[in-house]
Write a protein that binds this ligand. Structure first.
Ligand code: AMP
Ligand code: ZN
Length: 465
């Protein structure tokens, strides 16, 4: 029997047994990127962590029984400003940054919609874009105004926070404390300082859409409403899991809950709320002003995606991560060991129980990785199990030979030249001409080729990397 999945739920502050609302269909939403510029390595954390959860859910419930929605925020102040600066539409700008994001995350071994969706079937992975859902947002806003949970003021629509007595449940903040925090520079049109924007007027030249009822001029949506509209459309009014970085708990997720629950008169928006911890770089908060701002592409220029992925998953997702060069170097060594241990072995038909059990314990990736380690050497080495376990994680997709071949191809090394030098070295060694043998080895090293004399008398070569 499959082990019970347990997840730490921000809403209840406890680790709970996971039970989907519809046992035959798990529905999972993650807040995705705002595509105004290249994504940074901190943004990669929720993408990788929740990709792993998606893989685990597919493993536990079957690929046809899980729907994952990860949205794309393709309109906001930064996007509008950048598009205006370049004299292009926000669609042109965000098409470009979204394509870059897709290249980045694909290289991190993250499943993509085209990897999992099956023609003619319900989508298993949806990537909805905010600007494709404006009508759904306006419909929700109109409904909130009609039911008295929102009001129109100076061409804005505001959510009326005091109209929802349970507001603040997710972040666990008392209302009066939040009010005190919100008092700085309260916009004059707000009835309560906590009220937040559902819709606002567009400034001249900004992209705009037809507004909700009673507002003549076109406008644009606030940020929070997009996730309420897109999750309802693609997953339903109530669904199982909602995820994002810890910074999103308040106000973003708190406001999503308020909008969705008040609009649909439901007791919950999502049952389980998951939040990943933050990533720091070499012990410091990442920021442009500190000069330690690293994009995903910067890292991928220096490291294989698999090394980056392992570095991200070595730390439990709820803990903060310190992103360091040492951590990356260590991951590279670990993967090297796994590749060698798994060799050209095919994956075992089942994933080892201990790996699944560890992941089912609130995605305990450090424990699952230890398990892979145990399977990769010593008396318990089991190459086929290692590969099956690593595959569930999104690692070791290729065999050792495939990998060596790929490295040769991408290095641009001329195989005929290498083979000729190898033959020269063999002949020199047979003639005990050590100087000539060393010269051949040096020539190979200059090409980036490492030579290994094996115990069985054969000699093999690899491209260093
Ligand atoms: P943004 O594009 O800023 O809305 O962020 C997209 C996602 O990345 C959100 O889930 C954020 O919580 C997450 N995120 C942003 N910065 C970091 C960081 N330094 N560490 C971990 N997650 C982050
Ligand atoms: Zn969201």
């Amino acid at each position: 029997m499959a082990p019970m999945l347990r997840l730490y739920n921000t809403l209840t502050g406890a680790k709970e047994d996971f039970a989907p609302i519809d046992p035959g269909h798990v529905r999972f939403y993650a807040c995705g990127p705002t595509v105004y510029d290249a994504a940074h390595i901190g943004n990669a954390r929720p993408i990788i962590v929740f990709d792993l959860l998606f893989r685990l859910l597919r493993h536990l419930y079957g690929p046809a029984h899980v729907t994952y929605a990860r949205n794309v925020t393709d309109v906001d102040d930064k996007i509008n400003a950048r598009a205006a600066e370049r004299g292009i539409s926000i669609r042109e700008l965000t098409d470009g940054t979204l394509a870059q994001f897709h290249r980045d995350v694909r290289d991190l071994g993250v499943l993509m919609p085209e990897d999992v969706n099956v023609a003619g079937e319900r989508l298993r992975f949806v990537e909805p874009r905010a600007t494709d859902h404006i009508a759904e947002m306006v419909a929700m806003i109109d409904a909130l105004v009609r039911s008295g949970h929102a009001y129109v003021a100076e061409e804005h629509v505001l959510f009326d926070v005091p109209s929802m007595p349970e507001y603040g449940q997710l972040s666990g903040r008392p209302l009066d404390e939040m009010e005190a925090g919100a008092r700085v520079e309260v916009a004059p049109y707000k009835r309560s300082p906590l009220d937040f924007v559902l819709w606002k007027p567009a400034k001249p030249g900004e992209p705009s859409w037809p507004s909700p009822a009673r507002i003549a001029a076109p406008g644009r949506p606030g940020w929070h409403i997009e996730c309420s509209a897109m999750s309802a459309k693609h997953l339903g009014r109530t669904f199982d899991i909602h995820a994002g970085g810890i910074d999103l708990i308040f106000p973003h997720h708190e406001n999503e809950v308020a909008q969705s629950r008040c609009c649909f008169s439901t007791n919950v928006m999502a049952n389980v709320w998951l939040h990943n911890g933050f990533l720091q770089v070499e012990g410091e908060k990442m920021s442009k002003s500190l000069g330690n701002f690293i994009t995903i592409r910067d890292v991928l220029n220096d490291w294989p995606g698999e090394v980056v992925r392992l570095t991200m998953l070595k730390t439990h997702y709820r803990q903060p991560i310190d992103w360091t060069l040492r951590g990356l170097e260590e991951s590279r060594r670990v993967l090297e060991r796994w590749y060698n241990a798994a060799g050209d072995e095919a994956p075992a038909p089942g994933v080892p129980d201990a790996v699944v059990e560890a992941l089912c314990d609130d995605l305990n990736t450090p424990a699952a990785i230890n398990e892979l380690h145990r399977l990769s050497g010593g008396p318990e080495a089991r190459p086929a199990d290692l590969r099956a376990g690593a595959n569930l994680f999104g690692f070791l997709a290729s065999t050792r030979s495939d990998r060596a071949r790929k490295r040769v191809e991408s290095s641009g090394v001329d195989v005929a030249v290498v083979e000729a030098l190898m033959a020269e070295r063999r002949a020199a060694r047979a003639a005990k001409d050590w100087a000539a043998s060393d010269r051949a080895r040096d020539a190979l090293a200059a090409l980036g080729v490492a030579v290994k004399d094996n115990k069985d008398g054969t000699t093999t070569w690899t491209v260093a990397g």
